[in-house]
Structures are given as C-alpha cells and as structure tokens.
Design a protein around this ligand. Sequence first.
Ligand code: NAG
Ligand code: NAG
Length: 820
Amino acid sequence: MVHGHQLSLWLACLGLALLGVPAAATGDESILNSEIGRQNNESLLWGPYRPNLYFGVRPRIPQSLMTGLMWGKVDTYNDFQNSIRYTCEQNEGMKGYGWDEYDTRRGGIQSIHDTENGLDITTSFVKVPGGAHGGSWAARIKGEINDETPQDRKTIVFFYVTQEGGGKLEALQGDDPKGYDGDLTLEGSSEGLGNYKLTVKRGTGEHPTSDHKLSEFRGKGTVVQSLTYPDEVLWQAKPVVFKQLKEGVDWLVENKYDNTDAPPPWQVYQLTNRPGAGNVHIIQKVFEGSFEFDVLFSSESAGKELTSADLTREIKETTESFGERFSSIFTLKAPFTAEKYKKFGRSMFSNLIGGIGYFHGQSVADRSYASEYDEENEGFWQEAAEARARNKQQLEGPYELFTAIPSRPFFPRGFLWDEGFHLLPIADWDIGLAMEVVKSWFSLMDDDGWIGREQILGSEARSKVPEEFQTQYPHYANPPTLFFVLDAFVEKLGKSNGTLPAGKEHLSQAALPLSTALVDSPELGLEYLRRLYPLLRRQFNWFKKTQAGDVKSYERDAYSTKEAYRWRGRTETHCLTSGLDDYPRPQPPHPSELHVDLLSWMGVMAKSLANIADALGLAEEVDDLTKVRDAIEHNLDDLHWSAKEGCYCDATVDDFEENELVCHKGYISLFPFLTGLLPADSPRLRPLLALLADEDELWSPHGIRSLSKKDPFYGTSENYWRSPVWINVNYMAIVQLHNLATQQGPHQATARDLYSRLRKNIVDTVYAAWEETGFAWEQYNPETGRGQRTQHFTGWTSLVVKVMAMDNLEEKAGQERDEL
Ligand SMILES: *[C@@H]1O[C@H](CO)[C@@H](O)[C@H](O)[C@H]1NC(C)=O
Ligand SMILES: *[C@@H]1O[C@H](CO)[C@@H](O)[C@H](O)[C@H]1NC(C)=O
C-alpha cells in the first residue's frame, strides 16, 4: 500500500538521490512497481511490435517467439521473386497501407493496398487477456483480389514462426508430402510464454489444382517446413524462406521435371511438407482467388483455447471500442467535422500508435572519449572527423527499447528527437502507455546522462542503416523532446489532483484502468515522477556539461556567463545533432558559436524540471531551476536577439574575435517563441509574428517554411530544412499561437488570426496529400503542398490529429459575440 506519510518520506529521500546517485532499488514493493507494473507487462506483452514488417507479431521479451507474414503472386515463374511482400518498402507500388484503427491494449485492423499484386490484404489483430503469460492473441489474414485483376490470380502466402532463446516448438501434423487441407497446429513452450498452441486455420478460399505428375508430391493447400537454424540467423526470415524454396526447385531439376513438361509456377514454388520440431516453422499456403484464414495463439494458462468465433467477436468489439474512444478523445472541431476527416484522423493516429515497436539487441557506440571530441579548437570538425575515422566504435549492450517510430519503411527504429512528438497524441489516448515508453527511453541513459539519439538495436535494425550512420557518439545531443510529454503528464496530473474521477471513486489503485491509473491516482503519478526525476536531472546536467558554450573567452555581454550552449557534432554542412540537419549555421564552424535553438531547449528542460520538482515538493530544486530558467530567458535576449533583424539568431565571432550574430531567418529564429519561453507581452513577439506571417519570408499556404524565402540558402543543396514545411515545428507554432490567442495581451488578435489560418493550412495540406497518395509524408513542399521525401511518415506528421481536435477559435469568437 502507498500511504501518505510513506510518500512524503520518499519525497524527502529524493534529496539524496539528486546528488547523482540513482534511486536505490531496495526491494521496494510499491503498487506501481509490482501490481501495476505486472498488469502493464501483461497488457502490453503482445503486439505487431515489428513495425518494419507489413505484419509481424512478437512479445516484449528479448529472445522469444517471432512471427511474420509474406505473400506474392505466382502466375508466372519470373515475377514471383519480385512480387514477394514482407518488409515495408517505399518502391512496391502500394496504394497506401497501414492501420485503420489500432489500440495497443486491444488490437486493430490494417489494410494494405497491394496494387502490383492485384490484391487488398487486411490483417486484423486482437489480444485476449488472461492467465499468467500475457494472454492470447489472434489474427485474421484476408486477401481480396481487386477488380482490375483476373479473379483466378494465384497467391502464395507464408506465415512463419521462429523461436529464439530456447524452449520447444513443434508442428504436430503427419508428414504427407502433399501437405494438408485442414488446420495446422504448432505446440510450444518457453520460459516467458509458458505452454502455448499456435493454430493456422484452413480458412476459406480455393486452392489451385494441377494434373501435372508432380501432384503426387506437391499440391494441397497448406504445407509446413520445420527447421533448425542458429539463433542469430532467425531474423533473416526472407533469405531462409528463399533458401528453402530453392532447395525445392533444385530437387525438381534433379528429378528431371524440366522445361519440356514444366509444372505450373505455384507448384514449383511450393515447399516440401516437412513438419516436426525446430526453431523455424514456415507455413505456406497457396490460393487461387480471394482467401481468408486465421492464426490463433492460445496461452495455456489463459484457459480455454481461442476459436475463430472468438476472433470474430473480438474484432467487432475492438472496432466498436476504438470508434467510441477515438471520438471522445479526439473530438474534431470545425472546419474538420466531416466524416472524411475522422477517417483520416483515425488512420493517422492508428499508424502512429500501431507503429510502436519493441527492439532488442546490441548497438554501436564510439566510447573512445577522444580529446578531439571536446571540439575546442578552430578546425575542430576536421579533427573530430579524423578521430571518428580511427573507428573506435564497438558493439555494446544488449539493450531493449519500447518506442514509436517515424516511418515503418524508412525509419523503423527509435529517434529521440521524434519521440517526444510521437507521444503527445499517444498520451491523450493512453497516458500509461506513453509513460511506459518514456521509462523505456530513460532506461537507455548511461551513467553520465547521455541517451543516444538514434537507437539501432540488434542486427535486424542495423541491416536498415548504412554503416557510416550506425555509430552513436556519447558527446552528441539531440532535442530533449521527451520533456514535452512530461509536461503533458504533469498537466494531466494537476487536473486530477487528489480525487478519483467520477465513476472510479470506489476502485482501489490496483484496479484503476491502466491507460489512466497514473493520473487518476496522483499518488501513483507522483511516485512515477519521483522515480524518474533523478534520471531527468542527470540528463539535464549532462547537457549543461557537454554542450556548454563559451561566454567568457569572448567578453560577451550577458546576464549569465553559464547559460549559453553549442551543439557538438556539427560539420561545415550539417548540424545533425540539432535535428535540423542542413539548416544554415555560422560559417565556418567555430568554437565560439552559440546556438539559439539549443539554449531554448535548455529552457524547456529547466521549466519542465521545475514543474516536476514543484509537484514533488522539492523546494530547493525549484529554486535552483527557476534561477537557471531566468538566466536562460535573459541570455536569449542578451546573446541571441538581433534588434536589426527583428529575430533570434545564432552567434559566433568575427575576425577580431568580437561577438557577431548570424541570422538565417527560419525555424531557429522563432525558437524561443516555439518552445513557449516568451511571455504574452514580450516585445519580441511583434517582429517574430510579423516574420512568421510574411509570405515573402516564412508563411506559405501549406504551413510555415523552415527557411525564409529571402535567405540566400533557401531551397539550396540538399534542401532538407531549407524550405520544406515540417509538421512538428508547425505544431509547436500552432500551440504557441493558441496560447497567445487565448490570453489577454497585445498580440491576442493577431495570434488568433494566425492560429486559425495555420491550423487550417496544415490540416488541409496533410489531408490533401494523404487523399491523393494514400500516405503521410515526412515534409511538405511550401509551393505545391505535395508530400516529399519519406513515404508513410506517420511519426510526427500524425500530430495533425491533435491539430484537428484543437479549438476552433473562429467559432468560439462567434459564440462569445452571441452571448454578449
Ligand atoms: C515488467 O517487465 C520488465 C521488462 O521485462 C521487467 O524488468 C519488470 O520486472 C516487469 N515488472 C513486473 C512487475 O513484473
Ligand atoms: C492540488 O491542489 C492544491 C490546492 O487544492 C495545490 O496546492 C496543489 O499544488 C495541487 N497539486 C498538483 C499536483 O497540482
């Protein structure tokens, strides 16, 4: 039980933890850790946690069961190999794919429009709680030949199951070489999953027939091949499948089923049925025309085995509950109330939350701590490049991470800068899930307070990243956006403050719904924060120490000599660590440089930490952090404000070592505003809002451009952050404009107008490209509004869901007038 006095005792103990010693884990059996922790582990155990696959279910257990789906057409011999679909790819001619509805705790439905194979695939997935091993789950795989395709199209479907790390797994059926025309069951057991059964049902759909003499050996609808491979190979399921297929083709050739009397392609590419024990089981089905079949995973401790009827019922209930929850959590406001926006919003949100993955494995880091990495000398970027070229990187870990991802085909892994944005809509939906992800990220932090900005864990994740981008450097920072989520959490906690919400008063803490328990019960919420706080503080201290900028050596005139910062890891062309890659910075790079976006991020952290410390009753911390924040706010003006340009700018020094501002108008010029550090009556707002609203500079009909049209670098070179519209930064602008628009101040009317127009422009732009292409995009063209670069970017682009649910201030103004 968590008693009030115990809570305050813990809070008092925190003072000690702050000296850099993490909170001791001394057999502390609080409800949060034991009962809620256990329930969360159960509820979140299974999922389509391999988001790079079109469909791949696995549990949140490091080495365990993995499943995956592949399919392809077999009308001819030649196009089979290229028609195989497995990992999400950008060049497969898909007319859109992804989750139409998804709830991490229950399941959902995904549609895949595979036009090149003439097929629409639907994968429904549900979780059924019960027992001691995370419950059971089931999936329904449905393929419908589309109207443009001959209805006798032959499709091969593979569903494979692998088991890493020991345990048993066996296909039970007899070994008729032709296979089966019924259900197929695997029985397994492992430490994490206990005993279980996995059944692939016969389902519906025709199987092709042939009177070729090969039919003696091959020909029924379903076969299974059970194999044993070394654990480290298991993630490479596609090469394994092809190797086995080739073995079958070789057998044909050896046995002289040659070209003069060739069997039909679907029979050539059929595995020999070979059931048995093994850690790889490839289940292959061949269909003529449309088909549907179920996969049922029943955990023995959950009791009754799942049936297809259970699955039908669960799909229906999951859909109903998703629809109701979506409408109540994201109540879309005018002008986005039409049904089409709801469908769009549900898809954007579901792909964000359905993209959550579980990753495990080693990562690559260069922990040489070479002196060049201090980047203190002129020419530091060349020295640092030489130090990197010494290739001191090594594998470390294994680590695990539970995280959302920016894009299933292209960025199927964790990114620190993106994750804080991902979790904002997710926090509205399920704050318990969002805080579980936050916890996972902070558990990756090292003793110094560093978290690698890109998490490439394990061989499968690494196989997607060119080698030169794999190494993480422990002096590289990245925008600490997870603090946005912590702010949202503290805000929700403040709102519930002490009383359980209506309808939940009678519940004990352990019986509260997992999606809201942390805010329903402030005791639980505060305990979560109390555990996390030392880690947050350590990260802040790491930033202060490793990303410090130099005020003193250049006799800069500033309120504080301490609060000035410089991103490490920049090169002449890039500052990847800032997240704004090729945004123009002072040239050439120089150790005197100061970056206004980084100082703003430090302000975000200081403000957020002070709020948390306040909620935890840590008065000294609040004092300390408030002073830091005050110094940051002064220094933003003292070090970065250009009265001449009317915006914030990076700083460097000129040839005489005198401070000099370098102004490239764009996102970073607005950063103190975007991060909410300017009060509503700040004199800086007038010129900043004018810059934002100026069509010859930042404003476009499709959102705020990353760089001003008047900047000499506008649209040049890589043109990544040099003109395109990015949804995360536009979201920050919309939130801040809303803040200004809803409080008294000199800019209220301007902000209200800009807010309404920007909100509409952003949603219209993302919606139009989605409707046209079936996809969300990484960025949008400021001239045409077209989606650009990475396809299926349902990471931070999914923030449009929140934007559609934000106030329609025009309507409100109307109502207020009416009331008068
Ligand atoms: C939940 O799972 C995590 C990760 O596997 C584990 O470290 C933790 O002990 C589990 N918590 C409970 C209460 O079972
Ligand atoms: C809860 O409300 C009280 C006043 O009723 C306030 O003093 C306290 O700070 C609030 N707690 C949180 C966590 O916001």
